[in-house]
Ligand binder design. Sequence first.
Ligand code: SAM
Length: 269
Amino acid sequence: MMYLEVDGEVKLKAKKSLGQNFLVDENIIAKINDSIRVEENDLIIEIGPGMGALTKKLKNKNVNLICYEIDLDMEKYLNPLVDSKTNIIYQDILKSNIKDDIKNIDYKNLYIVGNLPYYITTSIIKYLINLDLDIKEMIFMVQEEVADRFTAKPNHKEYGSITLYLQYYFNITKLFKVSKKCFNPIPKVESAIIKFEQRKNKISINEEKYFKLIIDSFRMKRKTLKNNLNNYDFNKIKEVLDKYQLSENVRAEELSEEIFIEILKRIDE
Ligand code: SAM
């Protein structure tokens, strides 16, 4: 545990096990706040508000605001922020029932934001996707390496099945880097802010089969697509590869979403 100074006094122990690295750089907090562009009748869900560094700024947007914080020690910082439009729910986000919690709120667009606890970044995002909430945008602080993985393009070393899975639902962009010095305690890794925008032109396919195809394709990173997909009818896949003038020895990391979807359609005919 790390002891933190709050308002000149040693008051709080940062819990490493909960990914507690608090943002202390006012310029960065303002920059994140500026990148969350909402209107008054929108709803923002904040994950892991901590001591409320970003929460205080979000409140000024005069939107509906719901925050999920697992650590009851944050009550003394967060409870004073509660009002008719701001609510704090002390709960593990992964066990929350967001649909139920927001059902009585009259809002137009849903935004989800947060300086995420890094030990569960991917689990949180998958959890939110599976809730099927019609999210307009998500703006998250994540580990820089994770930001690179989520925003990767084909032939990039970070491109993988999670990239394709997330990019199926969202257009994902890296907005800016955040130095580890902007946090207290200082984490081991550098960070970045990323934006997920709901894709309007989502293709209608059998999602379950598509996600299985991409997971199988990337199963062994060093292996060729053909080796990874040895349980599939490769003659059909080869027809698609030929169309794109790709070798039979191609690796999954060289294939775009468009090609994977064409492979899916061909093997699913
Ligand atoms: N937003 C604050 C800031 O920027 O200073 C704190 C960010 S800190 C990286 C992550 C926060 O998420 C901590 O306050 C931590 O207690 C909280 N947290 C960790 N696991 C959580 C979970 N499963 N559900 C909800 N909050 C969680």
